[in-house]
Ligand binder design. Sequence first.
Ligand code: PLP
Length: 391
Amino acid sequence: MNYTRFITAASAARKPSAIRVMTEILGKSSKSVLSLATGAPNPNTFPFKTAVITTDNGETIQFDEEMMKRALQYSQSAGLPELLSWLKQLQVKLHNPPTIHYPPSQGQMDMCVTCGSQEGLCKVFEMIVNPGDNILVNEPIYSGTIHAVQPLGCNMINISSDEHGIIPDSLREILSRWKPEDSKNPEKNTPKFLYTVPNGNNPAGNSLTTNRKKEIYELARKYDFLIIEDDPYYFMQFNKPWAPTFLSMDIDGRVIRADSFSKVLSSGLRIGFITGPKPLIERIVLHIQVSTMHPSTFAQLLVSQLLYQWGEEGFLAHVDRVIDFYRKQRDALLAAADKWLSGLAEWHVPTAGMFLWVKIKGLHDVRKLIEEKAFKKEAFQGLAQLIKESL
Ligand SMILES: Cc1ncc(COP(=O)(O)O)c(C=O)c1O
């Protein structure tokens, strides 16, 4: 892979921040080292001393004074080393990416922790997109992505999708505007990446099938574009075994995967993680160095302590409980939709996530109906009446 062709001039120009490099070194040095090099404050002056956090099984996570000092201090930009190593093991177990043992320059799998996956994604987009670039998306697209990408001035090319996600033939047809070798010629402006939410897509609720993923990956190889796999609903798949990810198929090192703990541990702690080829993850970390510097050390330590207490098995058992909860929610929503909207609307049964995408028959734009009228009525029962009145 020639990664330089995907990177903007601004991203290519990023250099390691001297202060942040020093924080890395300090993180690895013994406690006896006193640094006079960075602006690290003395945590003895901070007002917070200890904390005990109780989890739902009655166990506790203790922040004694030493731990609290660390939690309140600056930390490494790529994420706390112990959290990163736990997450790396998880990724290897769940996705077994072919790139794990590749040489770094050839796309070896690397990771960084971000303030939710949204921060990571935003940095991915800023690393890649120049004004006028073509990028591939499937409609309806997650609004967080639209608003992150639109200001960068690129052309979003929409690929049709159905209940099983992106339709490979639709992608093939769009790509036929170019020849595979055009990716070597910058003037041809071939698409730089495909952005997709493969499970329980926000807001359409659809999930990509394994066969489609394989077809799409082959097209990515043929036309040499990256795949941005935004997968916050991965841990909310209702059926086992979970679908193989693009990361698990990534023999070239062309997949950037965004994971999130927002839906299963906490959305407010803001912990997500990006996995992808080292040359690109390095660019993202350089951006983090000069923006957020790192996700909250306190939040990372809290999550890390929990994950080490639970182990992988405990984490996945918790995920199963979350899935059970949302499966019941989905079933209740489907039962209500069946009861009140049959004949008036259509929908597909989501296999992951928290979204039910309802299309009202005969009404193209339902905004007015929802924003002006539906709020005053009671949920589905009222909605059914309103749809009838609006037709
Ligand atoms: C598709 C998608 N991507 C990204 C995000 C952002 O998640 P996070 O809280 O990890 O930043 C969301 C949140 O709802 C989402 O639905």
